[in-house]
Design a protein around this ligand. Structure first.
Ligand SMILES: Nc1ncnc2c1ncn2[C@@H]1O[C@H](COP(=O)(O)OP(=O)(O)OP(=O)(O)O)[C@@H](O)[C@H]1O
Ligand SMILES: [Mg+2]
Length: 613
């Protein structure tokens, strides 16, 4: 197998992480935090769970009574011949009917009950996961990748749902059946029961072997399917690049290898089943032979009634089947256990940009045209090991429009993210009117600081809905006013549905620039104290940029703003320009001052002018 060569390190890492998450959980079915989560989920449904359990007990008892009555009935037949009294026999038949009807009823009721229980647990679990994933910070999502988020929400929840649908009832009823039938046989004839139990010696060995081997095989199938999924996600997430670089054949090769590895792993699991099932059946059938042989002997010696022998033979069927069920569902228990463990791991993940326990309120913005003062106070920040901003000290007075320029990778976006508190500084603080961002509630922060990036995201819904996000509950007049102010009214009214056009439908028809304008209108409506634009105008063509330029000046008045732009035309409207190099401020002044100083900015400006000519 040429496994190692075609693997790209990126997805190998992810697959390994996924695999690591499920390894080590194979011996123990449930770890403490998984048990805590399961208890937590079952607690509100305790009544239903207990009812289901009792119904299973009823069904199993009823199932035990049937064969016993058959045995009793058979032993009654000779008496029937001599006494001609059909009464006791009729009673037995009625009792038998009651038992089998009770069994059918209780089984129906517990299967329905367990379905209801599973449904409730799954709904609650999915709700919690979704809510939690949403509040986990961007840093978590960068590390965790969307493929894994999807896999938690879909396949892990499916495993748990499967457990409820088939596994759990099978587990409880199989265990009960083993205990009850075993006990019943011991009571009826302990010697013969011991003969049956002797069959357990090979079966225990066979089951242990099967569990051990299937654990390994199961892990292999999980690992390989994780790799297949990652390859899928990578290919289609980057489909443009794949086609642009003609990587289809290579990808197909990689995919084929992974797909084959997964098929091999599945085949191995199947081979194990192919040995295990017939093995158990064989032992069960040998036990039938032994019971007939030894039991027949005891009947002839008048040490046992023939009815008891029949009961035994009927019980035998119910005795070995649970072992098959238990082993068959072993992998479904395992996958549900592993799924629960992974989900509880995510739910235990704390937001790294936590909400303050006692949020502070900001003072009202002093007067019109205020904005708020922004201060980076000795901020040190880096994403992982490398430091991006070694020691940023920067005060932006209220109402100032600051332009950030600098080479790619200088740290401009990083500053924008810190200001919107997508990350917290490692050292120092980012302050808004002298209040640390960490002391503000999420709601206040989102109201005060709005970050617009190039990847302006439109949510499903109408265009009006998308603009209204800036100020929930805004009237249609306000929405239209915002769009008009930003210069988006023209193209929106030209759409067939106007403001009510669905962005999903319009999505394909909206240009990148038009989407940008919608997100501008959203920000305009939000009217934050601090506005951060990261390359926000770079997707606009020159005429619409000019349009937006005017709109920009309008949005920017009355608030503090940070604009990051490669196009220096945008920078010209700033009050102040900062030139950033490797996380450090190397120039700071008004556009005119910097132009005159013949530094980095004037060099940038000169080459930009040249590019226009
Ligand atoms: N999410 C991230 N995880 C790890 N490193 C990152 C992350 N984002 C940025 N970096 C690194 O931080 C440094 C600064 O990146 P940043 O995005 O702030 O630069 P920038 O000035 O906005 O560049 P550009 O002009 O290309 O947008 C770069 O070295 C980059 O590799
Ligand atoms: Mg950037």
């Amino acid at each position: 197998m040429t496994q190692a060569s075609p693997t790209a390190p990126a997805w190998r890492g992810i697959a390994a992480e996924e695999a690591e998450e499920i390894s080590g959980k194979l011996g123990t079915l449930l770890r403490r935090r998984s048990r805590r989560l399961l208890n937590d989920l079952l607690r509100p449904n305790r009544k239903l769970a207990v009812t289901v359990f009792l119904l299973i007990v009823v069904a199993q008892f009823a199932a035990l009574v049937g064969p016993w009555l058959v045995g009793v009935g058979i032993d009654r037949i000779p008496q029937l011949e001599t006494t001609h009294n059909a009464g006791p026999m009729a009673l037995i038949i009625v009792a038998f009917a009651v038992a089998v009807i009770a069994q059918a009823w209780a089984t129906r009721a517990y299967i329905a009950g367990i379905g209801r229980l599973g449904g409730r647990v799954v709904i609650e679990l999915r709700r919690r996961l979704f809510a939690h994933f949403q509040v986990l910070p961007v840093a978590f999502h960068e590390r965790y990748t969307s493929g894994r988020v999807i896999s938690r929400q879909v396949s892990d929840i499916d495993s748990i749902s499967d457990l409820f649908d088939e596994g759990l009832a099978a587990l409880v009823s199989s265990l009960l059946s083993l205990v009850l039938v075993g006990g019943g046989m011991l009571l009826l004839d302990w010697q013969l029961a011991l003969v049956v139990m002797a069959g357990f010696i090979p079966l225990t060995w066979l089951s242990a072997w099967f569990r051990r081997e299937s654990a390994v095989a199961y892990r292999r199938t999980r690992e390989t399917i994780a790799q297949v999924i990652v390859q899928f996600v990578e290919t289609f997430g980057g489909i443009r690049a794949v086609q642009a670089f003609r990587r289809e054949d290579r990808n197909e090769e990689i995919f084929d290898a992974l797909n084959q590895a997964n098929a091999d792993a599945n085949l191995r699991s199947q081979r194990l089943l192919a040995i295990f099932f017939p093995g158990v059946t064989l032992v069960g059938n040998l036990a039938i032979g032994a019971v007939l042989l030894y039991g027949g002997d005891r009947v002839i010696d008048h040490q046992m009634k023939i009815g008891v022998l029949v009961t035994f033979l009927l019980y035998l069927q119910r005795f070995f089947d649970p072992l098959i069920d238990l082993s068959q569902f072993y992998s479904s228990f395992q996958s549900a256990g592993a799924a629960l463990e992974k989900i509880s791991g995510v739910l235990d993940e704390a937001p790294s940009v936590p909400e303050p326990e006692h949020p502070r309120a900001l003072p009202a913005v002093p007067g019109e045209g205020g904005g708020r003062e922004v201060r980076f106070d000795q901020v040190r920040f880096g994403y992982r090991k490398t430091t991006v901003l070694p020691d940023l000290r920067l005060t932006i007075p209220a109402g100032q429009t600051l332009a950030l320029v600098g080479a790619t990778g200088a740290g401009k976006t990083t500053i924008a993210r810190l200001l919107a508190r997508l990350y917290d500084p490692l050292e120092g603080s980012v302050r808004l009117d002298d209040t640390d961002l960490r002391e503000l509630s999420e709601k206040t922060l989102r109201h005060e600081v709005v970050l617009i990036t190039q990847e302006n995201f439109l949510f499903s819904g109408s265009i009006a809905d998308n603009i209204e996000l800036g100020k929930p509950g805004a009237s249609r007049e306000e929405v239209v006013a915002a769009a008009t102010a930003i210069g988006a009214h023209g193209f929106i009214s030209a759409l067939p549905g106007g403001y009510d056009e669905d962005v999903g439908k319009a999505g394909g028809r909206l240009s990148a620039g038009q989407r940008q304008l919608i997100s501008f209108a959203r920000a305009f409506l939000a009217a934050p104290a601090v506005l951060v634009l990261d390359e926000a105008t770079s997707l606009l063509d020159i005429p619409s940029e000019r349009l937006v330029q005017e709109a920009l000046t309008r949005i920017l008045t009355g608030r503090t703003a940070v604009i990051i732009a490669h196009r220096l035309s945008t920078v010209a409207i700033a009050d102040r320009v900062l030139v950033l190099e490797r996380g450090q401020i190397i120039e700071d002044g008004t556009p005119a001052e910097l132009l005159a100083s013949e530094g980095e900015y004037s060099a940038l400006h000169a080459s930009w002018q040249e590019s226009l000519a």
